[in-house]
Design a protein. Structure first.
Length: 196
């Protein structure tokens, strides 16, 4: 790849990110239903026509603004390979989730809070359940059937913590992660595992 292609790609990525950042600000202020292409391009100080260079439609922009980072947030990571004890891995994964929601509090409240669209909230819960199934199998050696049974229960508890965090700016991500971890730890000790 030559230098001009690299520079061109970096410029393209910056322009795309301007649109995403503008969308996040608008969603945080007006909610998903208040997002328009016109508002996004005005906020990003770009021409309306240039929007379609980066996104085919508003839904694709919402996907990028809300879901790209969330998809990666709970993805399997290398914490186990780094030698952390299982209890620490659970806490660090919770902490990452709560820190992300804390740093994007207004956006997360607009998308997943009580006024947000139920379809987005349900999608978030399903993603959390999927990540929990993966985590329970990886860190606790739980069989898939039990993991699929337990994951929705744990997802509900974590979602409650996220909602509380979004609505209470005086509570920090680390405190919330610690509290949820202390509630989940005794439950995890009683979760059935695969027979060795």
């Amino acid at each position: 790849m030559d230098a001009s292609t690299t520079r061109s790609e970096r410029r393209r990525n910056r322009q795309r990110q301007r649109l995403i950042d503008a969308a996040c600000q608008i969603i945080a202020r007006k909610g998903l239903s208040g997002l328009t292409v016109q508002d996004v391009t005005e906020e990003a100080d770009m021409a309306v026509g240039s929007f379609y260079t980066y996104f085919p439609n508003k839904d694709a922009l919402i996907e990028a603004a809300v879901w790209e980072d969330l998809q990666e947030l709970g993805a399997p990571d290398d914490l186990m390979a780094q030698g952390y004890p299982v209890e620490r891995v659970h806490f660090l994964r919770l902490l990452r989730i709560f820190e992300f929601f804390e740093s994007h509090r207004s956006l997360m409240r607009a998308v997943f809070g009580p006024e947000g669209p139920p379809a987005q909230y349900n999608r978030g819960i399903r993603l959390m359940e999927q990540r929990l199934v993966e985590g329970l199998q990886e860190t606790l050696g739980m069989d898939e059937e039990n993991a699929r049974w337990v994951a929705p229960l744990l997802a509900g508890m974590i979602a409650g913590g996220l909602r509380y965090l979004m609505e209470h700016p005086e509570v920090g991500a680390e405190e919330m992660a610690r509290r949820i971890d202390s509630l989940l730890r005794p439950i995890a000790q009683h979760i059935p595992r695969e027979e060795s």
